[in-house]
Design a protein around this ligand. Structure first.
Ligand code: TPP
Length: 366
């Protein structure tokens, strides 16, 4: 006779699959599904949200063009992620501390950095390490910004500042130990940190399902005692409203929050030019393109007679002209020399480093 088990693991596993529906204010057909939240926004604010997304799409297009012309260093495309990126960063205040990753250049600029500074960063120029925003330089090491955020948030708490630290990683980033360690520390010390996961479904070519058996990435915050929520990452009003609510909750002394935004990266992983058609099909991506955050907002504004195609075209032109000015400014500084970079490595160079510096100075003098 089969013995009755002391515990029903199958049931426990089944319960893990129960996650609340992602938060939405406007659905994929541009229907307002949360009137109460929608009513909070004035017409001017709605237009401002659209302008920011148009700006981000234009930044992406123009910067990818610069990249194809060989004028950029590393750059991560952002088309598709405008609502999650602009929505969350617009909910922050200038005194908040941003710890971006490589796909978060638009938020860095929105937070106060200049486009020129971002271009210097892309080129690996030392001037690209100092931003006119309260932010560290974008982190390339996946998950590492979560650790830095826990530390920065601890500093803000100790200083008694009216500010939070906020950071971003991707779905892949949540598979990296650093992200859990950062959240765990932040939870243990109840520091003012906001962890944002931009779940765009892929870590380069690895689909979300192959990275983790977790039903929702929000569950990864639960073990650190952090409240977390999934948001429609193609709905800027939802992303903004949830991030704003999170900021208020954190600032009231309640410890950290994690937000998972469900979004899509339309193109390649980076300007290095991986080919997405080798790891995803058009059929799988089409529903995401249909959910485009700009289409959704454009429809709402057009229905309210607050937006027109001509107005949008004119804005795109203006924005692109400003990026062309920014790259001219970036070009105007002396390019970095390898010897300069080596000289900054140690205050007192080792004998081996001295030899390297001499070798490059010799090369550069020709
Ligand atoms: C610690 C570490 N391991 C591996 C890499 C190489 N790498 C760069 S991007 C990337 C995928 C990240 O995917 P995800 O976190 O989902 O972010 P996305 O690029 O989609 O925004 C990997 C593995 C890295 N930069 N850092």
């Amino acid at each position: 006779m089969a013995k009755k088990s002391i515990v029903d693991f199958a049931k426990i596993k089944e319960n893990l699959a129960e996650t609340p529906k992602p938060i939405q204010v406007v659905d994929e057909d541009a229907k307002i599904v949360d009137q109460d939240t929608f009513k909070n926004f004035s017409d001017d604010q709605l237009v401002e949200f659209m302008k920011k997304m148009v700006w981000e799409r234009a930044l992406h297009e123009q910067t990818m063009n610069f990249s194809r012309q060989g004028r950029m260093g590393f750059y991560a495309p952002t088309a598709g992620e405008e609502a999650t990126e602009m929505g969350t960063v617009m909910a922050m205040e200038k005194q908040d501390y941003l710890l971006p990753a490589y796909r978060d250049i638009p938020q860095l600029i929105q937070h106060g950095a200049t486009v020129t500074e971002a271009y210097w960063w892309s080129r690996g120029h030392v001037k690209g390490n100092e931003f006119s925003a309260r932010a560290l330089m974008p982190q390339i090491i996946i998950g590492a910004a979560y650790l830095e955020t826990a530390g920065v948030a601890m500093g803000l708490k100790k200083n008694g500042e009216d500010a939070i630290a906020f950071t971003y990683t991707g779905d892949g980033g949540t598979s990296q130990g650093d992200s859990y360690e950062g959240m765990n520390f932040a939870g243990a010390y109840q520091v003012p940190a906001l962890f944002i996961v931009q779940n765009n479904g892929y870590a380069i070519s690895t689909p979300r399902k192959k990275q983790t058996a977790a039903v929702a990435l929000t569950q990864k915050a639960v073990a650190a005692g952090i409240p977390s929520v999934q948001v429609d990452g193609m709905d800027i009003l939802a992303c903004y409203s949830v991030a704003k609510a999170a900021r208020e909750f954190i600032l009231a002394g309640n410890g950290p929050v994690m937000i998972e935004t469900l979004t899509d990266r339309y193109g390649a992983h980076s300007s290095a030019g991986d080919d997405p058609s080798r790891y995803r099909t058009k059929e799988e991506q089409q529903p995401w393109l249909d959910r485009d955050p700009l289409i959704r907002m454009r429809k709402i504004l057009t229905d309210k007679k607050l937006w027109s195609e001509e107005q949008e075209d004119k804005l795109v032109e203006e924005y692109k002209a400003s990026f062309k000015e920014a790259i001219k400014e970036a070009d105007a500084v002396e390019p970095e020399k390898v010897s300069d970079m080596l000289k900054r490595t140690f205050e007192v160079p080792t004998p081996a480093l001295k030899a390297e510096i001499a070798k490059f100075e010799e090369k550069e003098s020709k």
